[in-house]
Design a protein around this ligand. Structure first.
Ligand code: ADP
Ligand code: MG
Length: 290
């Protein structure tokens, strides 16, 4: 019977780490013809490493220690990398007060009496003036596929931290599998255009970069108005609204609790190819019913 076939489909998915929250989601999955994926932590490993440190005021240790202080309450992949770097250097991380996250932009807080901000060059540029030389350094790092975080103290540029996050090993093949199934793929990222294009070129995917969380939600809506049935795949860090707006929101393995709650489905093993497998499963299950 129909409920039995749906239950069997859901169970078959669960055995492969494809968590689908009910038969209604399975129905919608079958109609998906576009998949929008986040970059950081979804198409990439989400384990960036600090590769370069440029200190303009103070030394490298002070740069990392203050950045780590701001990131101490954050679950963003960049935060983990910066905290790991501080740990590896055996640095004492100062206390932070009034710590806050600015979704898609960075983090802020008070450290040693100074108002600090750490975040994207664009967000930093809206809060301070970067010199031509600083901007040229950022461009060069971005063209090497690196994400740059700028540290400000009381509106003065303290330094740059560059981080590199490699694509997941199966990302290219997973995207190819989606496209082979007739599904359009697009990367949505808050990261800057140059870094995103460097990664996107490796993966052969259409890129929409420099997006705020609300932009991602808007683009999902635009795709839907163009007649597409959109699955949004992400780790939910900064991006829960877009996950919720999609026809199907899919949390990527190891995502946040927020993502798991907001999402309609999850790929627990963190393989991009599992998104294609999940859609394939829904098509096969529903084919047996209709
Ligand atoms: P993505 O879309 O690739 O997942 P996000 O929307 O999570 O990117 O973040 C967008 C950009 O905002 C990052 O590339 C980074 O420059 C900045 N940013 C966001 N959160 C943080 C943070 N905790 N620390 C430093 N930078 C951050
Ligand atoms: Mg993100």
């Amino acid at each position: 019977s129909t409920p039995a076939a749906i239950a069997a489909g859901l169970a078959a998915g669960a055995r492969r780490g494809l968590l689908i929250k009910g038969g209604a989601v399975l129905e919608v999955l079958r109609t998906i013809n576009a998949v929008a994926l986040d970059k950081t932590g979804t198409l990439t490993e989400g384990r960036p490493k600090v590769t370069d440190l440029l200190a303009f005021e103070g030394d490298q240790a002070g740069l990392i220690a203050r950045a780590a202080a701001l990131e101490s309450g954050s679950t963003h992949p960049l935060a983990n990398a910066i905290l790991a770097e501080a740990g590896a250097r055996g640095l004492k991380v100062p206390a932070v007060r009034e710590a806050g996250a600015l979704g898609g932009e960075g983090v802020s807080g008070m450290v040693d009496g100074a108002a600090l901000f750490l975040g994207s060059p664009r967000a930093a540029g809206a809060r301070a003036t970067l010199t031509e030389a600083q901007m040229a350094a950022i461009v060069a790092l971005n063209e090497a596929g690196k994400t740059v975080a700028v540290l400000l103290a009381d509106g003065r540029v303290q330094g740059l931290l560059a981080l590199r996050d490699e694509p997941r090993p199966d990302a290219r093949a997973g995207l190819d599998a989606l496209r082979a199934a007739g599904i359009r793929t697009v990367m949505l990222t808050g990261d800057n255009e140059r870094t995103a294009r460097a990664i996107g070129a490796d993966l052969g995917i259409e890129v929409r970069a420099g997006l705020m969380p609300a932009d991602k939600q808007r683009i999902v809506g635009e795709m839907q108005r163009d007649g597409l049935k959109v699955a949004k795949v992400g780790d939910g860090i900064n991006d829960a609204p877009a996950l919720a707006a999609a026809n199907v929101g899919i949390a990527m393995g190891g995502g946040t609790d927020v993502a798991l709650e907001t999402a309609d489905a999850a790929v627990l093993h963190g393989r991009v190819g599992d998104v294609a497998a999940m859609i394939g499963l829904s098509r096969a299950t529903m084919r047996n019913i209709h």
